[in-house]
Write a protein that binds this ligand. Structure first.
Ligand code: BTN
Length: 329
């Protein structure tokens, strides 16, 4: 109902809308309309009212409601169906639930805030109210399950390009799919899949982009290593950023489906900040240094060491600059 009310104000484009007209059209009382407008005010919308003319919308906050997203979206598939939460546990968890119930490909789950936003192995990810874009995309690709791991590289390309479009050309991809700006992490991703041996049922691409978190607002553990658009000097429109990311991601997804992953991997290489660098690989009991020289056709990182080329699979592998401290286990 609130979205329908907002639609009137959008169409009026800053002009007055009569409360009586809305209540007639939507078949609800004037008091009910007034209550909805009050809730919108509490959420940051600013209205001017006149006893004779009704209400006028002066300012709409940068929320990621379906209505706000749809007003700037140019995709054919991704985001054409939106599930929106002001607050939820984790958009990945919600996306999994509805994917299992048959949600259509391209559906996105968006939340202003996540209470238990996380990465792999339940590592926490800070996702405060309206200070980032916390969302998950449901894909149902036709390719074989063994190809799925490359979707995470594809997502990194889409998100990185979307970030470039909104004014941060310095953003680059740290293998496999973190996005860093000036050495600090701005985006984290969590991909999850359900499949049989031969067919993918669904892939969930969970993406978290820090937009409005100030340096001192990050929890202590992330303060040194995380950044946001605001920290990098840009007051970004979250809905425009989401629309750009979805458009770029859709383009890469189409490419992967029509031509295979070769072009996607090529795009990934161009945006990589890992290739050509000395890295330390930490995996289980292994810990070695080498030069990241390429990714192979499966998206594995190829690291040149004294013993030869090592092929590193995405998973619980930590890739860090050689001069970074070695984490204690
Ligand atoms: C990481 O730790 O780098 C991965 C973090 C992934 C966070 C995103 S936010 C949207 C989606 N929901 C989650 O709970 N996780 C992903």
């Amino acid at each position: 109902m609130r979205n329908e009310i907002l639609e009137y104000f959008r169409k009026a484009n800053g002009g007055y809308v009569s409360g009586e007209q809305i209540s007639k059209d939507l078949k609800v009382s004037r008091t009910a309309i007034w209550k909805h407008i009050n809730v919108l005010k509490e959420r940051g919308y600013i209205f001017e009212s006149s006893t004779r003319k009704g209400y006028r919308l002066i300012y709409a906050p940068d929320l990621l409601t379906p209505l706000e997203i749809e007003s700037v979206l140019h995709t054919e598939l991704l985001g054409r169906h939106i599930v929106y939460y002001e607050s939820t546990t984790s958009t990945n968890e919600e996306a999994k639930k509805i994917a299992m119930q048959g949600a259509e490909e391209g559906t996105i789950v968006v939340a202003e805030e996540q209470v238990t936003g996380h990465g792999r192995l339940s590592r926490s990810f800070y996702t405060p109210f309206a200070k980032g874009i916390w969302f998950s995309v449901i894909l149902r690709p036709k390719f074989f399950p063994m190809e799925a791991s490359k979707c995470t590289l594809m997502a990194a390309v889409g998100v990185c390009r979307g970030i470039h479009r909104l004014g941060l050309p310095a953003a680059g991809i740290k293998w496999p799919n973190d996005i860093l700006v000036n050495g600090k992490k701005m985006v984290g991703m969590l991909s999850e899949m359900s499949s049989s041996m031969e067919k993918i049922d669904y892939i969930i691409l969970g993406i978290g982009i820090n937009t409005g978190i100030k340096e001192n607002e990050f929890p202590e553990e992330f303060r040194e290593t995380a950044t946001s658009f605001l920290n990098e000097g840009i007051n970004v429109s979250r809905k425009n950023l989401l629309a750009a990311v979805l458009a770029e991601l859709e383009a890469e997804y189409k490419l992967a489906q029509t031509e295979g992953f070769e072009r996607v991997l090529e795009d990934w290489r161009k945006l990589s900040i890992t290739l050509g660098k000395e890295v330390r690989v930490i995996y289980s009991n292994e810990n070695y240094i080498g030069k990241a020289v390429d990714i192979d056709k499966d998206g594995c990182l190829l690291v040149e060491t004294k013993e030869g080329i090592q092929r590193v699979l995405a998973g619980d592998v930590s890739i860090r600059p050689v001069d970074a401290p070695i984490p204690q286990r």
